[in-house]
Design a binder for this molecule. Sequence first.
Ligand code: NDP
Length: 240
Amino acid sequence: MNEFARAAIVTGASRGIGRAIALRLAEAGMRVAVCARSAAIMSAFDDPRIMPFQADVGDAGQVEALVNRVLERYGRIDAVVNNAGITRDGLLMRMNDVDWEQVLKVNLTGTFNVCRAVIRQMLKQRSGRIVNITSIVGVAGNAGQTNYAAAKAGIIGFTKSLAKEVASRQVLVNAVAPGYIDTEMTQVLNSQQKEAIVNMIPLGRVGRVEDVAELVNFLVSDANQYITGQVIHVDGGLAI
Ligand code: NDP
C-alpha cells in the first residue's frame, strides 16, 4: 500500500451505498478507513486498502477515537464521506421519542460528530473534501418520514454552513442526495410501492449503489477544485 496515497473515511460502509463508495475510493487509489456500528464491518471487505473499524457515529467519543486511530495510521485525512444513516418510519401522530431521537442522532448528529472530529486536521492540511449523504426526502419531504426528512434537511443546512466556514482553507464540503437506490434500506418497500416509484423516475429504473459512488468519488477527488456547498441529486431525475 502506498504510504503517500490520499486517505479517506467512509461511515456506514458495511453494506449498501457506503460499501460501494469505499470500494470505489480504494479503486481510485485511496487508503480507506470504514466504520459501522455492528461487527459485520470487520469482515465486510477482503481488501488491504480498506481498514475497518467498529464505531457508532452517534457517539462523539467513539468518533474521536476512530479519527485518532486513522490519523495515527495514515497521518492525514483527505476525504470524509458521512454516509451512515437509518430510518425509523411512522406517521407523526404515532411517532415516539426514541424513533425521533435515534434518526436525528445517527443521520444529523453523526455527521456533525465526524466533521467536528476531522475539521482541524483538514484546516491544518489546507485541503480536504467532505461529502455528506442526504436524501431526496430532505429536499422534497415524505409522508411517514418527518424524522428522517428533518435530519436530512438538517444535513443540507449544515453542509452549506460548513462549506462557507472552511472554504478559505480549500476544504470543499458538498451533499449528495440519492433518490431511490436499491439497498437493504429500500427493501422494506413492497413490490407495488417499488413499481409506483419506478413509474415516477424519468430514467425509468431504480438507482444502483455504483451510481452514487461514482459521483462521490469525483467530489472527493483532486478533479473537484471548484464545487462546494452544493446538493447534487443522484436520482434518475426523480426530483425534477
Ligand atoms: P443501509 O441500511 O443499506 O446501510 C447503512 C449503513 O450504515 C450500514 O453499514 C450500517 O451498518 C451503517 N450504520 C447505521 N447506523 C450507524 C451508526 N450509528 N454508526 C455507524 N454506522 C451506522 O443504507 P443505504 O446504503 O441504503 O443508505 C446509505 C445512506 O444513503 C444513508 O445515509 C441513507 O439515508 C442514504 N440514502 C439512501 C437511499 C436509498 O434509496 N437507499 C436514498 C437516499 C438516501 P450497521 O447497521 O452495522 O451500523
